[in-house]
Design a protein around this ligand. Structure first.
Ligand SMILES: Cc1ncc(COP(=O)(O)O)c(C=O)c1O
Length: 424
């Protein structure tokens, strides 16, 4: 919906909510209550997604089967635990645009990033650099720098950080292309966040993948802020690998299991070095307990351990809701909701804050990052005291992300109204 069709009245927000084809999904989630029992305004799904109501039921099924069947639940449970992780493959594949053999839920994001780099970061004297975005999530920076050191290289020369122009907050695609063209032959791995956690910028993943491959680089993405937020087509884009977490946009619950994608072109590359564990071993012979590791084809061949069923049960509840709503429909509403938030913020000509997330909806997901010139923390504290959830990232960025699955236009209206009033 174009900004020209929005207006500032609460009636408009209520009308938009009444016409929202996805409105019924809000009732699938527990919205944190205020002290008077009404629903709070939760714009923090970029940090921790809300609990799907059916998560409790799904976890309880597994707790009951554990109580009644114990070890036999691996085979005789209502959802046998042996193949449980596979029950998430189709829905997770739909979210990131992966073939079933290319996707697996396992471990956590940073652990998966390391496992992937063991296989796909193979530096040589000529080609040893890793490109990340300046302001990448610290865990990514720590992980890539430690891998560089592990191979005997120095992050000072092997870690390249893409920086925006001095007066700009976000990256231009032409700068990314330019760097790849200039330095491509020395770059082993391009590893960017699909959506940057701080600025909310959505990178042009297909164009970056093409540009990186043209230079012979491996191209990978951290989709922590992209999976479940924006449509992603990892297989079609030819991305080499990707990792993500499931506790943000995917509502899997705190510390829930991570996701991992390995493109099918690498699925049978059994000669790649990899850190092995028994759950990645060929499932037909896994329980023969032999001494030699024979990996399964596809992403499952990178698994280490048997997965945490209770966490998977909660994630399964959320992925079912995603499948019912449809990622394209969600994106449509998301563009409208975030555009509405931007529109409301734009109505005040305050110089106390500015939106640093790209203005172009194609270059962002749900999140707007708002730079507050002074006292950002105090504004956040006041909002939280009024049961309006968003968060701050140092030094001066307030992040707010309306989720199309459970947020309303009225939520966005209330946030914008209170935010502007508190700054005034
Ligand atoms: C972009 C990004 N990368 C990596 C991580 C680290 O995730 P984990 O703690 O699951 O390894 C986070 C966590 O918020 C993140 O936002």
């Amino acid at each position: 919906m174009a900004a020209s069709s929005f207006d500032t009245s609460l009636t408009f927000a209520a009308e938009m909510d009444a016409r929202d084809p996805l409105a019924r999904f809000r009732d699938e989630f527990h919205i944190p209550p205020t002290p008077d029992g009404s629903a709070s305004v939760y714009l923090c799904g970029h940090s921790l997604g809300l609990q799907p109501k059916r998560a409790r039921e799904y976890v309880e099924i597994e707790l009951e089967d554990w109580a009644k069947l114990a070890v036999e639940a691996h085979f005789r449970g209502r959802n046998p635990w042996m193949p449980y992780h596979r029950s998430l493959t189709a829905s997770m594949g739909g979210i990131v645009g992966a073939e079933p053999a290319e996707v697996v839920v396992m471990n956590s994001l940073t652990a998966n990033l390391h496992l992937m780099m063991v296989s796909f970061y193979r530096p040589t004297a000529e080609r040893h650099k890793i490109v990340i975005e300046a302001g990448a999530f610290p865990s990514d920076r720590y992980a890539v720098a430690s891998q560089i050191r592990f191979h005997g290289f120095d992050p000072a020369t092997s870690l390249v950080e893409l920086k925006p122009r001095p007066s700009e907050a976000t990256m231009r695609q032409e700068e990314i292309q330019g760097l790849l063209e200039r330095e491509g032959k020395s770059i082993a791995l391009v590893m960017l966040g699909g959506v940057n956690y701080a600025t909310g910028q959505l990178f042009d993943m297909p164009a970056i993948t093409r540009a990186g491959h043209a230079q012979g680089c491996v191209v990978a993405f951290d989709l922590a802020h992209a999976a479940g937020n924006v449509p992603v087509r990892l297989h079609d884009w030819g991305v080499d690998f990707a990792v993500w977490c499931t506790y943000k946009y995917l509502n899997g619950g705190p510390g829930c299991v991570g996701g991992c994608f390995v493109h099918e072109k690498h699925g049978r590359a059994f000669d790649l070095p990899r850190f092995a564990g028994w759950w990645g071993h060929d499932q037909d012979t896994r329980f023969l307990m032999g001494p030699e590791f024979h990996p399964m084809p596809g992403a499952e061949g990178w698994q280490l351990s048997n997965p945490p069923i209770l966490a998977l049960a909660a994630l399964r509840a959320s992925l079912e809701i995603f499948a019912a709503a449809g990622i394209e429909q969600l994106r449509k509403k998301s563009i409208s909701l975030t555009g509405y938030l931007e529109y409301l913020l734009d109505q005040t000509k305050s110089d106390r804050f500015s939106v640093i997330t790209p203005r172009d909806p194609e270059q962002r997901g749900a999140q707007l990052s708002i730079r507050i010139r002074q006292n950002g923390r105090a504004v956040l504290d006041r909002l939280l005291a009024e049961e309006i959830y968003c968060d701050c990232r140092e030094p001066d960025i307030l992040r707010a992300a309306p989720m199309p699955l459970y947020n309303t236009y009225s939520d966005v209206h209330r946030f914008a109204e209170r935010f502007i009033a508190l700054l005034a």
